[in-house]
Design a protein around this ligand. Structure first.
Ligand code: PMP
Length: 455
């Protein structure tokens, strides 16, 4: 009776009727790794949703008795002085007891609202799983989709945190060049069309991993037309897309806009209603707090359920306190903003404040760069996120500059080589983050950096 999840983990070809009436034919079998195919639902976790059935008496779960928990109330004070209830004696279960793997319903409801209003994708055709930061979801997705020896398309350069997970996986990481607008479609197409001659004996990739907005480390954002081109290439070559987008709401062209009309770039996820080839990774780390460790993966149910199976054997679920904290903050946004889209309007107001904050810091950084680094470095202006990718003119390897001279001069950057697979060799780039230093310190850091390059 409780094998609903197992039944929906189809191993055969997936033929699904979309709510629009369109039929998609898209088999996920060829994409799922052997390890992931072996994952089975946890018998105990499977019971979890059944506990909410009215009248159910459970002797099955193995849950601790909440009467023995010493906590009965948690409240949070917001920066504007408002208090919000996170846990009350009536809601202890939600935050403090074991809960279902995909996330607590009070939070999932808001996340579904965001995905539907922002990306036009409804919960009827997609599924969400809350994860312990998006890093957790990314690692589980890589695990789900890659066997030893498989190839993965990545941007060159790419996020060091993903490389840290991918490199020990013995897969073949193929970097596609990027420019100020992110991954270059013609380079992607060439890589795939000439695969056999360029990479003889290597398996053709089935998956592409991208950070399309305010990329880490480059700060690059892919414009809509480029995204459409990349999406079409992925269609032609049957690639799934892993859209890692923690800086999506930190786009800098938002000020003063009406929250009901998004001027943010279109996501790959929003283009994907017919195919089901995109898994999107969102993060609340830059929007609410990085320490609460809340991210969420959204995509075709067949893939997200596999990710959940992985969580059933690792984290079980993301911290209930963190989820309840976010859900209560989102409830507060809903109740303090009138109208049917009250929560989303409040959320967008909040993220617009954040993007304005980082825009001001970006401008301070760029003004300092103009003052101190002209002729010494080259860079592009980021239109989202918190990073600038600096190329040091005449430098072959930024590592020594950063790790020895930089330490002496008390200024920290990340050497460019950290954002390429370890076989790639030295890099003349460094990544600068303008997110936390004060305006004065940003200028002083850039001045010190200029001195090092000249010394
Ligand atoms: N992806 C990218 C591109 C990131 O920059 C980061 C954070 N540095 C993450 C994922 C992980 O974010 P989270 O805190 O949600 O795990």
């Amino acid at each position: 009776m409780w094998s609903g999840l197992a039944a929906s983990l189809r191993c055969g070809s997936v033929r699904k009727t979309m709510s629009s009436g369109r039929r998609r034919i898209f088999s996920y079998d060829q994409y799922i790794s052997k390890r992931s195919l072996l994952r089975r639902p946890s018998a105990i976790r499977e019971l979890q949703p059944l506990l909410t059935i009215p009248g159910m008496i459970s002797l099955g779960g193995g849950m601790p008795n909440k009467e023995m928990f010493p906590f009965q109330r948690i409240t949070a004070e917001l920066k504007d002085g408002t208090s919000i209830e996170i846990v009350t004696p009536e809601t202890v279960d939600e935050a403090l007891q074991y809960s279902q793997t995909p996330g607590i319903p009070r939070l999932l409801r808001h996340l579904e609202d965001i995905q539907s209003r922002e990306h036009g994708r409804s919960s009827e055709t997609t599924r969400i799983c809350v994860t312990t930061g998006s890093q957790d979801a990314l690692a589980k997705a890589f695990d789900m989709l890659l066997n030893d020896g498989d190839s993965l398309i990545i941007e060159s350069p790419t996020y060091s945190g993903s490389l840290a997970y991918l490199e020990p996986m013995s897969c073949h990481l193929v970097g596609v060049e990027t420019d100020q607008d992110g991954m270059i479609p013609s380079q992607l197409e060439d890589t795939l069309v000439y695969w056999d001659s360029r990479f003889p004996g290597k398996r053709k990739p089935k998956v592409l991993y991208t950070i399309p907005t305010g990329g880490n480390p480059t700060g690059a954002t892919m414009p809509n037309n480029r995204k459409e081109e990349v999406y079409r290439i992925c269609q032609r070559h049957d690639l799934l897309i892993l859209e890692d987008d923690p800086y999506f709401y930190m786009q800098f062209n938002q000020s003063g806009r009406d929250s009901s009309r998004s001027t943010r770039t279109k996501s790959f996820f929003s283009m994907d209603s017919a195919d089901g080839r995109v898994v999107r990774f969102d993060s609340l780390s830059k929007l609410l707090s990085s320490g609460i460790r809340i991210g969420f993966a959204t995509g075709p149910a067949e893939l997200i359920e596999r990710l959940e199976l992985h969580s059933q054997s690792t984290t079980l679920h993301t911290s209930g306190i963190s989820q309840s904290l976010v859900a209560s903050y989102f409830d507060h946004l809903e109740s303090s903003n009138p109208g049917e889209s009250g929560f989303y309007d409040g959320f967008i107001k909040h993220v617009n404040t954040i993007s304005d904050f980082y825009l001001a810091r970006r401008d301070v950084f760029l003004a300092s760069a103009e003052k101190h680094l002209i002729g010494l470095c080259e860079w592009n202006t980021p239109s989202a996120g918190m990073f600038v990718w600096l190329k040091i003119n005449g430098c072959e390897n930024s590592r020594d500059l950063v790790k020895t001279k930089g330490l002496e001069a008390k200024v920290l950057f990340v050497p460019g080589e950290s954002f390429y697979p370890c076989t790639s060799g030295p890099s003349p780039y460094v990544r600068a983050a303008y997110s936390t230093a004060s305006y004065e310190d940003i200028d002083e850091a850039v001045r010190r950096f200029a001195c090092l390059i000249k010394s």
